[in-house]
Design a protein. Structure first.
Length: 154
């Protein structure tokens, strides 16, 4: 006889990271609140305090402020202050197939931007900027645009 395996539900897998209701204390605490009886046993292992057995391994041995014991050992300390990456979450997705030569050209451009201009951009941002430039040229020049010239040449 086949035995069915019990899997966790979506509520178990995708728990909220922040509680929208204010915490309650005392006898009126809701069953899911941190102050409720038995809440410590229900707490996820990743919510353990620093240095506790359930705490992530990279936080152990850290100073009182949560900094690593040797700040010079971290890559961020060597690079300087953090800058925003410029990444933006996009709602739409489009898949485009390109040749290996085109992919190598995109990678070469990405690395040249990084080494020559200090711009760390990903391939997606590079392609979005190129598309924006081509479309702006097409809007401005119409039939005389580089896009029309290249497409009529094929």
């Amino acid at each position: 006889m086949a035995r069915r395996v019990s899997l966790p539900s979506a509520d178990d897998l995708f728990r909220p990271t922040a509680d929208p209701t204010p915490p309650q204390t005392g006898d009126h605490a809701s069953p899911g609140s941190p102050d409720a009886p038995g809440a410590a046993a229900d707490r996820a292992p990743d919510s353990a305090p620093d240095g506790a057995p359930g705490a992530p391994a990279d936080d152990r041995g850290a100073g009182s402020a949560g900094e690593p014991a040797d700040p010079a050992a971290t890559p961020r300390a060597r690079r300087g202050p953090a800058r925003p990456s410029g990444r933006v979450r996009h709602d739409e997705k489009m898949t485009v197939y390109i040749t290996s030569e085109e992919l190598l050209a995109i990678e070469h451009a990405r690395l040249a931007l990084r080494s020559g201009h200090g711009l760390a951009v990903d391939r997606g941002r590079l392609v979005r900027e190129a598309v924006a430039m081509v479309l702006a040229d097409f809007e401005a020049d119409g039939e005389d645009s580089a896009l029309v010239r290249r497409l009529t040449r094929e």
